[in-house]
Design a binder for this molecule. Structure first.
Ligand code: NAI
Length: 328
């Protein structure tokens, strides 16, 4: 098949070329949007990532251009209008799990950095400043953690948290029996976050949970609690979180994802004036850590993404059962 690959970085190309099972790949660095959908003419399939937009208008044009398949190089599919894709007869396949441990480990890295301030210590010591003032953290052992979503990543994170001796409570509309058997207690969102020192989001973004962390739910947080989001930016109402950081309701914030990330993340904007005032404000807080959607970014995950993407392409080409299809 002839596959147009969007949002391609150098590392994507390395792994996709290595594991290609014989398809013709054309790489575009830019993210798919209404402005550049014309590029898809003459292709059979698209290979997309988290910040490519395939909304209804884009899907209509994809159908006209003869696209029959969208191969997502990710698990989340909130950037694709599935109803429009189905209407257009375009199949959408994803990589349901690619090293959930990678994202879970990154969530823990964010917690440890925010808590023990190793980033500040690193810079201080390099400048000959060996003072401990302002570096005090808290023990994770015995700390209460709320896991929102216990799918592949939440489950991997639960194991890590248990290893640290944390007291974990979870919220998920579909509790995992193996975790219940392992001692995990489930409650609703309010109960889980109300008692937690750390709240970590691991659920997909949907119409139902858009801005689930907002001015109302933030009031339920323990004053000074930590919020970690490695899932999707739209789960958090950014302006409300900024207010909660300013008034101290939120003590720490770790974001690997951001509502408006498509304009920023994966690009080197170090020579530009950032036009997004919300992210600029967030960066200015001493107790906020932002990474640019790198939770998945390990060699193991990139290998898994590439192999599953081509298994999906081959299954479609051969008319086999599409086990990684996402549909409404
Ligand atoms: P999964 O599909 O295995 O699990 C998601 C879980 O969330 C399910 O158990 C589901 O029942 C639960 N859930 C759904 N709505 C919920 C709600 N409102 N409240 C609580 N739980 C809810 O997904 P997986 O693999 O664990 O990934 C989770 C999310 O992580 C993905 O949807 C994606 O947005 C994000 N992600 C981020 C990456 C990164 O690099 N930062 C990489 C991969 C995924």
């Amino acid at each position: 098949m002839k596959i147009a690959t969007f949002s391609t970085c150098k590392y994507d190309r390395v792994f996709l070329e290595k594991y290609n099972t014989g398809h013709e790949l054309v790489f575009f660095e830019e993210a798919l949007s209404l402005q550049n959908v014309v590029l898809t003419k003459g292709f059979d399939a698209l290979c997309l990532f988290v910040n490519d937009r395939a909304d209804e208008a884009v899907i209509t044009l994809l159908e006209q251009n003869g696209i029959r398949l969208i191969l997502l190089r990710c698990a989340g599919f909130n950037n694709i209008d599935l109803a429009a894709a189905s209407e257009a007869g375009i199949k959408v396949l994803r990589v349901p799990a690619y090293s959930p441990e990678a994202v879970a480990e990154h969530a823990m890295a964010m917690i440890l950095t925010l808590n023990r301030k190793t980033h500040k210590a690193y810079n201080r010591v390099r400048e000959g400043n060996f003072s401990l003032e302002g570096l005090m953290g808290f023990n994770l052992h015995g700390c209460k953690v709320a896991l929102i979503g216990t799918g592949n990543i939440g489950k991997a994170f639960y194991k890590i948290l248990k290893g640290f001796g944390c007291d974990v409570m979870a919220s998920d509309p579909f509790p995992d029996q193996s975790l219940v058997d392992d001692g995990l207690v489930y409650g609703n969102l309010e109960t889980a976050i109300g008692d937690a020192d750390i709240v970590s989001l691991h659920c997909p973004l949907s119409d139902d949970n858009h801005h689930m962390i907002n001015s109302t739910t933030l009031k339920l947080f323990k004053p000074g609690a930590m919020l970690i989001n490695t899932s999707r930016g739209g789960l958090i109402a950014t302006q409300d979180v900024i207010e909660a950081l300013k008034n101290g309701q939120l003590g720490y914030l770790g974001l690997d994802v951001y509502e408006q990330e498509s304009q920023l993340f994966f690009h080197n904007l170090s020579e530009d004036v950032i036009q997004d005032d919300l992210i600029s404000r967030l960066i200015s807080f001493p107790n906020v850590l932002i990474t640019s959607h790198q939770g998945f970014f390990t060699a193991e995950a990139l290998e898994q993404i590439a192999t599953t993407t081509f298994e999906n392409a081959d299954a479609f080409k051969s008319g086999l059962n599409l086990e990684n299809e996402v549909s409404i």
